[in-house]
Design a protein around this ligand. Structure first.
Ligand code: PGA
Length: 253
């Protein structure tokens, strides 16, 4: 399992270092089957890396540009992220798709770029409330998967992570029910298995959208939920690490 914190555009420098150090301290005990990652804003990656040194908490970035370098003012390249010790890169988050207009094709370019540099994309997919109400949720998620993964070979299953994040559950306090999450995760699992064969069956599938300490265990207990992508609750070390603890309990149940 994997529990990853998406700090979005939150924290100041001191707060980021403190939060990282506190997450590192609270996850000291080895939990063999649960990996923990934090994805701070780009500008704190180096300081957070230093704060995490010697811990088992992995580092991730929240975005990347598809080119290795070039005249792309304000963008950040995959080799830069690799040089800072990032293992993961969040790609296709709904806030970027919906607020910043990222298309399926652009998300796909990013996925391929992240893989080319030996980093692991956390590919986010998920429908809006309107799409769900129209009965289009599955079709939207399948379209997003196809746009992002066509022509992609992840190699080993651990080379790719997919996060199902229904847009209506992000930052709203309204989480998907465990049954809703499981139903969509099964769709994603089947898509990946059809696409990648055996390797597709073992890709980690995270649920994201208002995961909190009090609902994490029920979500993680679903057979196709392999962890979580945590927004709001990842800004509080105690809440985040109790979500990690819920994942540890699941693997030991
Ligand atoms: P949330 O965000 O946990 O605050 O709903 C999740 C995400 O956007 O990844």
């Amino acid at each position: 399992m994997l529990v990853a914190g998406n700090w979005k555009m939150h924290t100041d420098l001191r707060g980021a270092v403190r939060l990282a150090a506190e997450v590192a301290r609270r996850t000291e005990a080895p939990a063999r089957r649960v990996r923990v990652a934090v994805c701070p804003p780009f500008v704190w990656l180096d300081a957070v890396r230093a704060a995490l040194r010697g811990s088992r908490v992995l580092l991730g970035a929240q975005n990347v540009h598809p080119s290795d370098e070039g005249a792309f003012t304000g963008e950040v390249a995959a080799p830069m992220l690799a040089a800072l010790g990032c293992r993961f890169v969040i790609v296709g988050h709904s806030e970027r798709r919906h607020l910043l207009g990222e298309t399926d094709a652009f998300v796909g370019e990013k996925v391929r770029q992240v893989l080319r540099h030996g980093l692991v994309p956390i590919l986010c997919v998920g429908e809006t409330l309107e799409e769900r109400d129209r009965g289009d949720a599955e079709a939207v998620v399948r379209r997003q998967l196809d746009g992002a993964l066509r022509g992609v070979t992840p190699g080993a299953p651990e080379g790719l992570v997919v996060a199902y994040e229904p847009v209506w559950a992000i930052g709203t306090g309204r989480t998907a029910t465990p049954e809703q999450a499981q139903a969509m995760h099964a769709v994603v699992r089947a898509d990946l298995a059809a696409r990648f064969g055996e390797a597709g069956r073992f890709v980690e599938l995270l649920y994201g959208g208002s995961v909190k300490p009090d609902n994490a265990a029920r979500l993680f207990a679903q057979p196709d939920v392999d962890g979580g992508l945590i927004g709001g609750a990842s800004l509080d070390a105690e809440a985040f690490t109790s979500i990690v603890e819920a994942a540890v309990q699941t693997t030991e149940a």
